[in-house]
Design a protein around this ligand. Structure first.
Ligand code: SF4
Length: 350
């Protein structure tokens, strides 16, 4: 059995709904960006985290790297509780966990050269000095697919793809074990996206990296992930092996996301479009948060009772009353038709 490098349990991040402290005195409401998320990532594998804008994917990634402090929950990395680390211990851990940001243009300091940008984490961690530094910088740029001649260039002199390679080189400089990739190809042209994705996959093999890959493009997630977690309004609604989820999605939201993916076939039936907008995370719907948009809505149970993540056929975990325990009315229509028993209750964690 492969060991889990990262374990996230019941992670919660609520932001004050009001902007400044004065407004917060009168408005105590909170934005429930992440609301009880649990998953594991095995060493050397990729977990794809997908969902619409506002589902809480990026906040989850930022909490894991401690760019944002969580409201509560547990993040255990290689047996160490990340959220309890402070001072030197936290700084040492930052060498092992890095992040690649979505927008390479805004995540690189325009006043610094590529060499200074990639050297920054090495300098902060006191890892290399003098002549060794230049050798290390060239080697790191080469890993990211750039040559040493880029060392003295500024970000504005680079193309979008080259800038993202600098972002990747900066993350690789301290030789991390785990990288949160936050929509790393979203801001790039389609032709460049494939190059960056293949680079990330090659680096994973060469350096035994583990990734949390955040994206809203399902085809990108399918290409790079071993397992996939689907988020909706701060919660994971389905998680499991990539082939099982893409081949036989169980949750109505996952089904709707996949049905909306364009197919290069003129004879393909028209795409299904998910109705309505994502509700406000300040005041999410009671019961199942997806119920106002769900085509399989079961009535009161969906409005009143929050579905738990349960393991179903194929080892996938789904949070939906179609697959719940309870009465036969809670089971999937095709299961009821075949007289199948309810799926067993899942263990408390994956
Ligand atoms: Fe739809 Fe009900 Fe399942 Fe929610 S719990 S996804 S509303 S069927």
């Amino acid at each position: 059995m492969v060991e889990a490098l990262l374990r996230v349990r019941e992670l919660v991040k609520h932001f004050p709904a009001a902007g400044d402290w004065f407004a917060q005195i009168f408005d105590r409401r909170v934005v429930r960006a992440v609301d009880g998320v649990s998953f594991e990532i095995e060493r050397g594998t990729t977990l794809g985290l997908v969902g619409e804008s506002g589902s809480g994917k990026t906040t989850t990634g930022r909490v894991i790297v401690r760019l944002v402090e969580p409201t509560r929950g547990e993040v255990v990395f290689d047996g160490i509780d990340l959220l309890k680390l402070k001072g030197k211990a936290l700084k040492a851990m930052r060498k092992r966990i890095q992040m690649i940001f979505q927008d390479p243009a805004s995540s690189l300091n325009p006043r610094k050269t590529v060499g200074q940008i990639v050297a920054e984490p090495l300098r902060v961690h006191g890892m290399v000095k003098g002549r060794d530094l230049e050798r290390k910088l060239v080697r790191t740029l080469e890993l990211a697919g750039l040559s040493g001649r880029f060392l003295n260039r500024y970000p504005h002199e680079l193309s979008g793809g080259q800038r993202q390679r600098v972002g990747i080189a900066r993350a690789l400089a301290v030789r991390p074990e785990f990288i949160v990739c936050d929509e790393p190809v979203t801001a790039l042209d389609v032709s460049i996206q494939a190059q960056i994705l293949n680079l990330l996959m090659d680096l994973q093999e060469e350096l035994s990296l583990t990734y949390l890959f955040i994206a809203h493009d399902l085809s990108v997630v399918k290409h790079v992930s071993d397992r996939v977690a689907v988020m909706y309004l701060g919660k994971i609604v389905e998680i499991g092996d990539v082939n099982t989820i893409f081949g036989s999605p169980k949750h109505p939201y996952t089904q709707a996301l996949l049905a909306a993916v364009p197919r290069p076939d003129p004879k393909a039936p028209p795409r299904k479009v998910l109705r309505g907008e994502v509700p406000s995370p300040i005041d999410p719907p009671p019961g199942c948060r997806f119920h106002p948009r769900c085509e399989n809505f079961l009535g009161d149970i969906c409005k009143e009772e929050e579905p738990r993540l349960l393991r179903v056929e194929g080892g996938v975990m789904v949070a939906c009353h179609l697959y719940g325990r309870g009465s036969s009315s809670q089971r999937a229509p095709e299961e009821k038709a075949q007289g199948k028993p309810n799926p067993p209750e899942a263990p408390p964690f994956l």
